[in-house]
Ligand binder design. Structure first.
Ligand SMILES: Nc1ncnc2c1ncn2[C@@H]1O[C@H](COP(=O)(O)OP(=O)(O)OP(=O)(O)O)[C@@H](O)[C@H]1O
Ligand SMILES: [Mg+2]
Length: 249
């Protein structure tokens, strides 16, 4: 039997390496459709040709669903940023370029960001007037079909020993507006208590891509609402507050 090395352990899932494969093992409470949806998303993304792990199989291990994919050797950008704080700016630049690169891909069968956001807004604990406002704001956004990662953060980027970049964790991938994807990343940094880093990130993204900050800000209440549905209890209050603010401009 080959040995298992756990690389990430969450309360409800475990990610481990076995030989040249990575196994993402989910707890029993995950629905079959959640797992198949994640695997399907990743397969669609893999077919775009972007550097992402390939799905090998989806199966049950001791009664639990598991997604098996190829192992990408290396370190995550999060690890590298922590190990080399003096190089943080350099890594951040690469991170932004990589996210812009993601947005150049198209995957016409992927779930639509707009549908997902509409559904999430409905699932929030916001009052109906705020929900209505968010739905209206969402419907006013330009229709876009860019590949969006949905959880783009430095722990989902792996740098291989020969300097190639791979992006993992496509569970939340959709096609839609890059502004929403950037707003989501910004929010992740803020929620992690890294406000200054969040500002640096978003300013760099705007500078490199030509995207306007006010466009990203316009997405923030929608993205915060969406995140509040599954967000941790301690984050929910902040997210609900963000979702309730009509204008960030
Ligand atoms: N194919 C892979 N090769 C190497 N390392 C991987 C691979 N897939 C995941 N990892 C590592 O495991 C970590 C956790 O995996 P992943 O991001 O898929 O799970 P997660 O963050 O718990 O997912 P979610 O965001 O859906 O909760 C990643 O940050 C990465 O370091
Ligand atoms: Mg992850």
């Amino acid at each position: 039997m080959s040995t298992q090395k756990v690389i990430a352990s969450r309360p409800d899932k475990k990610i481990y390496v076995e030989g040249d494969k990575v196994i993402k093992l989910f707890d029993e409470h995950y629905s079959k459709s959640d797992i198949l949806n994640e695997a399907l998303n990743q397969s669609r993304v893999e077919e775009t040709g972007i550097n992402a792990p390939h799905i090998i199989e989806v199966k049950k291990i001791d009664g639990k669903w598991a997604i098996v994919m190829n192992y990408i050797p290396g370190k995550t950008l999060a690890q590298l940023m922590q190990e080399n704080p003096d190089k943080e700016d350099e890594y951040l630049e690469k991170f932004v370029e990589l996210q812009m690169h993601v947005h150049t891909f198209r995957s016409p069968l992927l779930n639509k960001l707009r549908d997902k956001m509409d559904r999430k807004i409905d699932q929030t604990e916001l009052d109906s007037a705020t929900k209505f406002e968010l739905h209206t704001r969402l419907s006013g956004m330009m229709p876009r079909t860019k590949l969006c990662h949905g959880d783009f953060n430095p722990s989902n980027v792996i740098v291989t020993p020969d300097g190639e970049y791979y992006i993992v964790d496509w569970a939340h991938a959709t096609q839609g507006n890059a502004g929403a994807d950037v707003a989501r990343t910004y929010l992740l940094f803020v929620l992690a208590g890294r406000q200054d880093f969040a500002e640096k990130y978003v300013n760099l993204f705007c500078e490199k891509s030509g995207m306007q900050r006010k466009y990203i800000n316009a997405w923030l209440p929608i993205v915060a609402a969406s995140q509040s549905v599954k967000g941790k209890a301690e984050e929910r209050e902040t997210l609900i507050k963000w979702a309730s603010v009509a204008e960030y401009i």
